[in-house]
Design a protein around this ligand. Structure first.
Ligand SMILES: Cc1ncc(COP(=O)(O)O)c(C=O)c1O
Length: 387
């Protein structure tokens, strides 16, 4: 039943994926836009080109709807979501607003995507703090060492990690990490762009202080869209580092803007820097509605099914080494393979219209819920083919 629904949705929302021309398995780079998001861009974009066709209710309510869809996806209150243009915006927000200072340590691990490294390096340098990246164990983050460092070093004031690694596909146990941070009274920041949309996350259960997520990959949304979640207990305690002109409570009457009142919104809108691209956020709302309609348990199950298939393939074919953890709770949608001839294999995949990426010496396949086993097999069989 569930598979039927996915197949029907694939035909409606991704019609190009049904004719066998391409196998698009690169959602860890840029996700495609579903039909409903494309339609939103076309219709809203036309009106944007001739703004006299736009009504007031076409604008700010779009942002409210996008926040609500993102909140629903993550089990979070809408007031905890600030829309932002990319993941980096949220990383910078975290690095510049969360509490730590001179002599403190912000912990992370080696192997992080640069978007979650440079802002911390810069902010720690400014504050006289240390951004410490713990060595990997083999090619994966050493979660035990991270937990030990959290509990044993009183100088550690926060942890900043990517939930899912962009290259190995390793997924952190956020519940264990969150529990360790809370026990020590320190904060947890998560770059979630490679996980949200691929696997479940319920922020009502998992306590995260701040989470940044671009929507352009697994959330199948336009470039320049994303959001930052701020835990409700932190929203009013944090001073925005960048100040938007609509981050204040007195925002609604545009006829008189000059009675300045720098009182922040009570909710996470205080962290938004408006004007945002209403057209693209309208499309993001459409894309998120697709996840919310299907239900994340269903879409995540489809991603797991494909990953399990890849695991069995790797077991049967020792010439390809899957470096993504085998344990289901330790992976999401990113699958990384070491092959003997990296460039030759990538070329073969490209020639067969199999969209993939090469990252850190691996072939990265990133299938999403609407992909089929046939899409994945087309890629897997080329990993073992000989020139
Ligand atoms: C873990 C991770 N963080 C961040 C990004 C991108 O950041 P941004 O949305 O700011 O471009 C990527 C991928 O490009 C990523 O894999």
């Amino acid at each position: 039943m569930s598979t039927d629904m996915i197949a029907r949705t694939r035909a409606v929302e991704f019609p190009w994926a049904t004719d066998g021309q391409v196998a698009f398995l690169d959602h860890a780079s840029t996700g495609p836009l579903p039909t409903r998001a494309r339609r939103a861009i076309e219709s809203f974009g036309l009106r944007r080109a001739e703004p006299f066709r736009l009504k007031a209710e076409d604008l700010f309510p779009v942002l409210a709807r996008t926040r609500a869809e993102a909140a629903q996806l993550l089990g979070a209150p809408a007031g905890s979501i600030a829309l932002s243009t990319n993941t980096s915006h949220g990383v910078n927000l975290a690095a510049r607003t969360l509490p730590y200072g001179k002599g403190d340590i912000v912990l992370s691990t080696d192997g992080e995507f640069p978007a979650n490294v440079y802002p911390w390096m810069a902010a720690c340098r400014e504050r006289g703090a240390e951004f410490r990246m713990l060595p990997l164990a083999g090619h994966l983050p050493d979660e035990e060492a991270l937990l030990r460092a959290i509990t044993s070093d009183p100088r550690v004031k926060g942890v900043a990690i990517s939930w899912v690694s962009y290259w190995s596909g390793h997924r952190f146990d956020l519940n264990a990490l969150s529990a360790a941070c809370r026990a020590r009274g320190i904060w947890l920041f998560v770059d979630a762009i490679q996980g949200v949309g691929a696997v479940e996350l319920d922020l009502a259960i998992t306590h995260i202080d701040m989470l940044a997520c671009g929507a352009q990959k697994w959330l199948l949304s336009p470039w320049g869209t994303g959001f930052t979640y701020v835990h409700p207990s932190r929203v009013q305690a944090l001073e925005p580092a960048e100040v938007g002109w609509l981050a204040q409570r007195r925002d609604t009457d545009f006829r008189s803007l000059l009675d300045y009142d720098a009182t922040w919104h009570d909710d996470a809108r205080r962290f938004e820097v408006v004007t945002l691209d209403f057209v693209n956020f309208a499309a993001m709302a459409e894309s998120l509605s697709l996840f919310n309609e299907l239900g994340v348990p269903r879409t995540a199950e489809a991603v797991r099914h494909l990953a399990n298939h890849a695991l069995l393939f790797a077991d049967a074919n020792p010439s390809v080494a899957l470096i993504t953890p085998r344990e289901m709770a330790r992976r999401a949608g990113v699958l990384a393979f070491r092959v003997a001839d990296l460039d030759g294999t990538s070329k073969r995949l490209r020639e067969a219209n199999v969209f993939h990426a090469v990252r850190e010496g691996c072939i990265r396949l990133a299938p999403h819920w609407y992909n089929t086993v046939a899409d994945l097999d087309r890629a897997l069989n080329l990993l073992i083919a000989r020139n």
